[in-house]
Design a binder for this molecule. Sequence first.
Ligand code: ADP
Length: 403
Amino acid sequence: MKILVINSGSSSLKFQVIDSQTEEVMAKGVCERIGIDGIFTYKTHRGLTIKERAGMKDHKQAVDILLKTLADPQNGVIKDFREIDVIGHRLVHGGEKFTGCVVIDDAVIQAMTECNDLAPLHNPANLVGVEACRELMPDTLMVGVFDTAFNQTMEPKAFLYGLPYQYYEIYKIRRYGFHGISHKYVSERAAEFMGQNPGRVKTIVCHLGNGASICAVKYGRVVDNSMGFTPLEGLVMGTRCGDVDPGALEYLAKKENLSLSEVMQILNKESGVLGISRNYSSDFRELKDAEIKYNDMAALAREIFAYKVAKYIGSYAAAMNGVDNIVFTAGVGENDSDIRTEICDYLEFLGITIDEVKNREQGEAFKISDGASRVNVLVIKTNEELEIAREAAAVAEPILKKR
Ligand code: ADP
């Protein structure tokens, strides 16, 4: 089966074509600056790369360009867009309505639209991508894979805040958790790598990118996730603050005479390691370079980040009454061996010992704990597109067989 994976944002649309049998990426790319000047980047498994300006006044034109390129006799990887069996859409917020992936139809679009309020930046942008594909490929099966779905197994004790219960009942204010597609892929890949049954292990996944979250997965089901009602809660991130006492925000707003939306702008865009390092950088590589040159604020930002990750790991080990695997993934988790060392230094009490030679390795999946360690510590490259393709293929197969 050939799966077109689409990740649609407000002004960009990322795509991959994956052969579900071989799991090979046949082509991938991104349409950026949609509605502005339109930049189209495209790469194929044969080594071809295209980067060009392309008029894209909206997402429909972006999808049109990518379909024409995919089927182009010279540059394409398929003969006709009808060769695409299914489109897998990455969808951010499914609220409590979606606990798994779904075939997208009018009812699903309606239900998703009802979740727009919960993710005003992401869901409408995802839906624009869905509508563009529906218009141009009305007969192609479409499957939606939600970032919140894997986290829907959390119990009320984990997902409820200490707020009056009616706010959950009326407005569905609760912890949803994000990065679910990545946490699912990585926790399952870890078990596969270790030769374990995923239904029998306790895993803590540390998805440490620009946005960062930690997830406790017990016997294949999410027990807790550090992101909350929005992706702002939890760890200190690139530019997001993570956990903050709400009382401090009221105090800040009064002192600086700020509106609620101005405070939110600070929490989302001006905080995290960027804010702590006095605007030096949100990029962990730049912070590391600065730390080496004795920039104390860059060093402090990285120190706070590592401390917070370790605290969450400790609390999730308690939440699951033990842990078998700890996995680092995403930009920082996969590449920053110093941060991994700093985090694991806090975890000696769990019987964790790291082999520093292995920790300097690079690759798709490798173990960095040594033979004496009581917990396996792994580094695994996340692959959300492959997870979407797998889930879309699993849903589509029985349906397409009947057609
Ligand atoms: P997102 O998908 O949330 O934008 P990514 O998973 O792509 O984030 O991660 C981006 C982060 O990864 C950036 O802060 C970047 O500095 C960090 N990163 C990438 N490569 C390295 C590296 N070699 N060492 C340290 N940090 C890295």
